[in-house]
Ligand binder design. Structure first.
Ligand SMILES: O=P(O)(O)OP(=O)(O)OP(=O)(O)OC[C@H]1O[C@@H](n2cnc3c(O)ncnc32)[C@H](O)[C@@H]1O
Ligand SMILES: [Mg+2]
Length: 205
């Protein structure tokens, strides 16, 4: 049985494929590049769950395949939970490369937190993963990773805000300095996908 994973973020998709491959051996994952292009929804919902459902429903309507979608972001306590659902486009709409946008987002976040002392730089990554089936059944699971935002970028792994985030579970290293496997072991996305993978396999069996 095939499942569409509806993400346009190549590095996120790579994480999703890797974690799913380990925990869902009976299901074949296909990406948006493997299906006929379709109009993808504007991510305008106030919650990660709402946006994950939008993306997964659009995948089912366009392809007829069971579809998984991830909506995620960094929630910074000193910014009242922002960037949150606006994480991907925090510094403005997408222009040029995804890496360029990540750099601009990180630069803006650092400037906004410049006067915030170390003890108040707490944050968490949040992730909602939605599964929508062609018969209309829907399921959403969530995961989170607690940590803090440091004062300068460090590391070259991961994507997005990983270069600025130190997880409480791995003090001293940014999540961009962890091995892939180690980030997956503690990440918001790893937690959510490990919870949903056996349910996907069961529902499609
Ligand atoms: O919507 P899709 O196509 O899946 O790709 P996207 O990058 O737009 O994904 P989101 O809308 O879910 O936005 C998530 C943003 O939150 C940030 N983010 C989420 N998970 C992250 C992680 O594991 N490490 C670093 N940044 C992350 C990063 O800036 C992402 O672009
Ligand atoms: Mg998006």
């Amino acid at each position: 049985m095939k499942v569409l994973v509806a993400s346009r973020n190549a590095k996120k998709l790579e994480e999703m494929r890797r974690i799913l491959a380990e925990h869902m051996t009976t299901v074949e994952v296909v990406g948006l590049d493997d299906v006929t292009p379709f109009d993808e929804p504007v991510e305008d919902q106030p919650t990660f769950e709402g946006n994950a459902l939008l993306k997964a429903r659009a995948g089912v309507v366009a392809t007829g395949l069971p579809t998984l979608a991830d909506d995620s972001g960094l929630c910074v306590d000193a910014l009242n939970g922002m960037p949150g659902v606006l994480s991907a486009r925090w510094s403005g709409p997408a222009l040029g490369s995804k890496d360029g946008q990540d750099d601009r987002n990180n630069e803006l976040l650092l400037a906004q937190l410049n006067d915030v002392p170390d003890e108040r730089r707490t944050a968490h990554f949040a992730c909602a993963v939605a599964l929508v089936l062609p018969d209309g059944r829907e399921l959403v699971v969530e995961g989170r990773m607690d940590g803090r935002v440091i004062r300068e970028v460090r590391g070259s792994g991961g994507f997005g805000y990983d270069v600025l985030f130190v997880a409480d579970d791995r003090p001293g290293l940014t999540t961009a300095e962890l091995s892939r496997e180690d980030k997956d072991a503690i990440s918001h996305r790893g937690r959510a996908l490990r919870e949903i993978a056996p349910l996907v396999a069961d529902l499609l069996a």
